[in-house]
Design a protein around this ligand. Sequence first.
Ligand code: GAR
Length: 187
Amino acid sequence: MNKVKAAVFASGTGSNFDAIIGRSNLACEIVVLICDKPGAPVIEKAISSGIQTLVLNPKAFVSKQEYETKILHFLRKMDVEWIFLAGYMRLIGPTLLAAYEDRIINTHPSLLPAFPGKDAISQAIQAGVKVTGVTIHFVDEGMDTGPIIAQRALEVLEDDTEATLKVRIQDVEHELYPEVINRLVRG
Ligand code: GAR
């Protein structure tokens, strides 16, 4: 039986993209990478894995609506049913939210609602918290604000730097995110 089709949206390195597509028993098929940053390392990862890649510079569009409409046409053409954000550093607008209600998921490197935004790991170090973690959540119009699906906590060590903490946080997300994806897709 054919698997449900899904897209990953990413802007950067793509370690979560790799973890998702590398998961041996993934319940869906990742058919496309959508990237908003020409030149981002994740693009090469998709190409070398044979996954179709749509790279768009949002600045080339007159509005977010036009940018997302272009993406939406592409996703529909590919029969995409789920969208997984993996380091996609851009708010999702009404066009995609309406088309994929409760079908857009994000991973974030903190225990939300603490430390939303781009630099969650350095925010945690600066705040001096002893525990942080990973949150997987539904995406709404806010920044890292949608309903929480799963969280995993981890200890911040005395001598942690942003770099050392990032490695441990990403190890957790690489395991948790594909696990949650499987649960959601299987219903
Ligand atoms: C991930 O740690 C993800 O949680 C974070 O960006 C990183 C991307 O890394 N996302 C956010 O901060 C969203 N607010 P990757 O490109 O190696 O997957």
